[in-house]
Design a protein around this ligand. Structure first.
Ligand SMILES: [Zn+2]
Length: 369
């Protein structure tokens, strides 16, 4: 049984096969079958309900399956709108001119699963629990994660960490910047999650170690380090966001296939510092371990039993603020940090079919699912 949570069985987690909770890239048969399922869902969904939303300058065509959702369709569509707007705000516009979002139902509660596709049209499909309530939707990160995939071109399979890490990292940062979560939640999430991304024995660098931990959290750590370095070298003038906006600004998206160095070169040009390329060269083929204890200390983040506290006199406190400065979080109260309820929920959830997926959701936002 998988033991979820950042502190449990780190070794087992990192040697586990890659769990593709979403398929930004289709490299194998499994993914091919998934496309079939998506298209099938599409056909049935198309009959049920559709809406066209504006986000940035983009059109989003939303299909909601005619399933027995507890929530009215309008609330589901509003959630798609909200999630899209978070992504548009971060990238300075929605990453593609036109996208299709299909929401299909399945038994359960919460946002179960998602996939982003870019072969042809930009498509995101999410599976939504029939018993999902408004609170689940306000706490959801899955749809934002999938929509962020639309902003990054397809790369070779060995760089899958670059796609997933980006979605993991930017999803958190974009939501805090949009005021959907608070800075404490973001840093607690990073302090708890990033150890999963550290190299284990035998690691051969991000490009050659396709474990779950290295793909999702190793990738997220890559972008966190890059973001910090960009902010430091530019004196806070630029962030990773400026680089990522440039990629989208040049018209690239999940619909394109690009060489990874080419993508990072575009971003580096925009920030004026070659941080992404340098970070890539240092982490792609080498374990490049990171002293996370030192990193959190420099950023002035201290993990406590119930959350984190910030130290404003820390060396890089200003960098931390730059990353997680957001609008006033209105939903703060919704993020309970009660660890007792987390363990209870974990026990219940990992028994389900979507154990892996839900497990991660619980690990990321404790107490909310
Ligand atoms: Zn993903």
């Amino acid at each position: 049984m998988h033991q979820p949570g950042p502190h449990a069985e780190p070794n087992r987690r990192t040697i586990a096969p890659v769990r593709r909770h979403c398929g930004a890239i289709l490299h194998n048969l499994q993914a091919g079958l998934l496309v079939g399922a998506v298209l099938l869902a599409w056909v049935s969904a198309a009959r049920a309900f559709d809406a066209t939303l504006d986000s940035g300058d983009a059109k989003l065509h939303v299909y909601v399956e005619d399933a027995r959702f507890e929530l009215p369709y309008g609330r589901i569509v509003a959630w798609v709108q909200r999630s899209s707007d978070v992504v548009s705000d971060y990238f300075g516009g929605f990453p593609v001119e036109e996208a299709y979002v299909a929401v299909t139902g399945q038994p359960g509660k919460g946002v179960m699963n998602g996939i982003a596709l870019g072969s042809g049209e930009a498509v995101v499909n999410v599976k939504l629990g029939l018993d999902t309530d408004e609170r689940d939707l306000s706490n959801d990160w899955v749809l934002v994660h999938e929509l962020i995939h639309l902003a990054f071109p397809k790369v070779h399979t060995r760089h899958h960490w670059a796609e997933e890490g980006l979605a993991v990292y930017v999803e958190s940062v974009a939501r805090v910047q949009a005021g959907m979560i608070d800075a404490e939640t973001l840093w607690m999430h990073f302090v708890d999650g990033m150890p999963n991304g550290l190299p284990q024995e035998g690691d051969r660098g991000l490009d050659n170690t396709p474990t779950w931990g290295r793909t999702y959290w190793g990738g997220a750590l890559f972008y966190l380090l890059a973001d910090i370095e960009i902010i430091r070298r530019t004196g806070g003038d630029k962030t990773l966001k400026n680089g990522l906006r440039a990629i989208v600004g040049e018209g690239y998206s999940i619909r394109d296939s690009l060489e990874i160095r080419h993508i990072y070169r575009i971003a580096d040009r925009a920030t004026g510092v070659p941080v992404l390329l340098e970070t890539y060269e240092s982490m792609a083929d080498h374990p490049a371990s990171v002293d996370l204890v030192l990193l959190w200390r420099r950023l002035g983040v201290e993990r406590t039993v119930s959350g984190v506290v910030f130290h404003e006199n820390a060396e890089w406190a200003g960098v931390r603020t730059k990353i997680s400065a957001g609008k006033n979080a209105k939903n703060m109260a919704k993020f309970s940090k009660n660890t007792i309820s987390i363990s209870q929920r974990r026990r219940n959830l990992v028994m389900g079919n979507d154990g892996d997926r839900i497990e991660r959701a619980v690990a990321i936002y404790p107490g909310t699912r």
